[in-house]
Design a protein around this ligand. Structure first.
Ligand code: CU
Length: 618
């Protein structure tokens, strides 16, 4: 029997800014909110005697102190691992990094991992990208307490791909990842091996993360509500846990395995000399054919497999991978504030970052240190991918909705915050089906209601736009999310958002309730809808999906033009960047395993605010 951990209701309601809802006559939604206070605690899974692992390892989570910047070491949280059984090359350390070791697995191997919690807080590990049973997936319900051990046993079913292991505890994922708990997990298979791609010292993991340090070299994390709403941004980009990362190469082709391990920051990757980026693969492994891009967008949780050929470059020559300028991923309101237009606002509390999202800055430098005459040739055919058709799905006329809503006090999916055991009708997925799904902005952003069939309308709880708008505004005035007076936010918030505009921003919480929010609701707040709208990398646990189509609303098209050539939609994905005003249709299989599988924003601050839900595969 699970035991119940009770979180203080008052703490939760204050924390999420929903306290006033109690007076607004919205009992059903409030019920869902209250569900969030309780997360059962399951008994940790133990090793099974009839599972015969090919690879067995202990994976420790602990606090540690590492040198990141010159001077004082930084206190971090860190994975370390010990191989108990299996090939000696299963674990490779990234020297001097706070990141966990790279775990190398082969498709078909049976894996047993003993997760051992040596932190002072609960944790659980999720294998981002892997297709594993529900109780092996690191759902927060399986979080283990300090000193406990959770045993994972699964077979590697995925094709060759780069994946991520990171914590997924309730409301603390972002904080633990930020403090260092993350690592790469690379799967190989025979299809990929036959290509003879650059390997060994010519295959380089590149884990990109941004961090903010204080003057004592210690990590600074969320300071106020704004850091959660927008996501948390550092002022320094680390690669593989190092600042000022430099890669010394020979003049030949390399394979760069790039992973965005930031909690919120979105990158627009490009070489500084204008060399195109040659993309061989994405989240779920190789594309069919390489794609050549002027730049590539990489949101938190996404991966890229890049062919980087330095042939013909002289010894001493340098090349810099940069994040190039783009706009639109943060709300216009915040972009203006962070971009300096609102510089007068009380000493820059809103100017979150010295490295604004969408500005132009270096990520790492490649230097050619050795001349060689020989280099492998890039294969023209990489893999075979069978494209799903809409007619392959169980629900061709009724996409499963994933409605994004943003509000000053809450980030929601399908109008609801995360709550355990709160599965709604459209979150129940029959096992061994292929589902058409539609991710869209549910607020009034100038586009219609894409999931408008009647069965999908059950989750909106009859909230009144006016009530929610009012709540949002009032909350903004009363609480900054940290239980402290919110001086500057009050000031800025009201200044920016005063009057009746709250309705427009919040109305989207119930996109489904009347099927015509394109009318009155947007009439009131279309502009503010876009003002609040931001980009969200939406991640679905379980099997990879395919992107069917994207469409963008007219009012977002100008910003979209700064990112659109960097989107790669032809491969297997588990995380998709959804821009403001954008609607993305995907097809995803739900095979083999029943149970709860999360879907959530991989802006991890958003996830911890509740922008997460469960699908129940049954
Ligand atoms: Cu988000």
């Amino acid at each position: 029997m699970p035991t119940i951990t009770n979180y203080s209701r008052r703490r939760f309601l204050t924390h999420s800014g929903l306290g006033l809802l109690a007076y607004a006559g919205i009992p059903k939604l409030l019920g869902a909110m209250e569900g969030m206070q309780a997360m059962p605690k399951m008994a940790p899974n133990k090793a099974s005697s009839n599972f015969k692992p090919d690879v067995e390892l202990e994976l420790f989570c602990r606090s540690n102190s590492v040198a990141i910047l010159p001077g004082r070491p930084t206190l971090v949280q860190q994975y370390s691992a010990k191989l108990l059984k299996g090939p000696q090359n299963t674990l490779t350390e990234i020297p001097g990094s706070y990141l966990g070791p790279v775990i190398h697995l082969q498709k078909g191997q049976r894996i047993r991992v003993h997760l051992i919690n040596k932190l002072a807080e609960p944790t659980i590990t999720h294998w981002h990208g892997l297709h594993v049973p529900a109780n092996m997936d690191g759902h927060p319900v399986y979080a283990i307490n300090p000193g406990e051990r959770y045993v994972y046993e699964f077979e590697v079913l995925n094709r060759a791909s780069m994946n991520i292991y990171h914590p997924h505890p309730h409301e603390a994922t972002a904080k633990q990842v930020y403090h260092g708990l993350a690592g790469a997990l690379i799967i190989k298979d025979e299809e990929e091996a036959a290509l003879g791609l650059p390997s060994g010292e010519f295959e380089i993991p590149i884990v990109i993360q941004d961090r903010l340090f204080d003057e004592k070299n210690q990590l600074i994390y969320v300071r106020h509500r704004h850091d959660r709403m927008m996501g948390f941004y550092g002022d320094r980009v680390l690669v593989n846990g190092r600042s000022d990362f430099k890669l010394n190469v020979a003049s030949r082709a390399y394979r760069l395995r790039i992973l965005n391990g930031s909690t919120a920051r979105i990158y627009k990757l490009g070489w500084d000399d204008g060399m195109p980026i040659t993309v061989m693969g994405v989240d779920g492994g190789l594309l069919e054919k390489p794609e050549t891009k002027p730049y590539v967008m990489l949101a938190p949780g996404e991966r890229l497999d890049v062919w980087a050929d330095f042939s013909g470059r002289g010894v001493g020559s340098k090349l810099v991978m940069r994040s190039l300028p783009f706009s639109g991923v943060l709300p216009k309101m915040a972009e203006r504030m962070m971009g300096g237009g609102m510089g007068g606002m009380h000493g820059g509390m809103m100017q979150t970052s010295a490295l604004p999202v969408g500005s132009d800055y270096p990520i790492f430098t490649v230097q050619v240190t050795q001349k060689v005459s020989d280099s492998p040739k890039m294969p023209t055919q990489l893999s075979k991918i069978t494209r799903y058709k809409i007619s392959d799905t169980a629900n061709p006329n009724k996409a499963v909705p994933i409605g994004i809503s943003e509000a000053p006090m809450a980030m929601l999916l399908n109008g609801r915050p995360y709550a355990y055991d709160d599965v709604q009708a459209n979150e129940r997925i029959p096992i061994n089906t292929i589902q058409l799904m539609e991710i869209f902005h549910a607020h009034g952003g100038g586009h219609g209601n894409p999931a408008s069939d009647s069965e999908n309308e059950s989750s909106s709880n009859g909230m009144q736009h006016g009530q929610m708008g009012g709540m949002g505004m009032m909350n903004r005035m009363n609480d900054d999310g940290d239980g402290q007076p919110s001086g500057q936010m009050q000031h800025g918030g009201m200044g920016m958002m005063g009057g009746g505009h709250g309705m427009g921003m919040m109305g989207g919480m119930n996109h489904q309730d009347n099927g015509q929010q394109g009318g009155g609701m947007m009439g009131m707040g279309g502009g503010m809808g876009m003002m609040m709208s931001m980009a969200h990398p939406i991640h679905l646990h379980g099997q990879s999906f395919q992107i069917v189509s994207r469409s963008i609303s007219e009012d977002a098209a100008e910003d979209y033009a700064t990112v659109r050539d960097g989107l790669i939609d032809n491969g297997w994905k588990d995380t998709v960047l959804v821009m403001p005003g954008e609607k993305v249709r995907i097809i995803k299989p739900f095979q083999d395993f029943k149970g709860l599988f999360m879907y959530h924003c991989h802006n991890l601050e958003h996830e911890d605010m509740g922008m997460m839900r469960d699908f129940l595969v049954e």
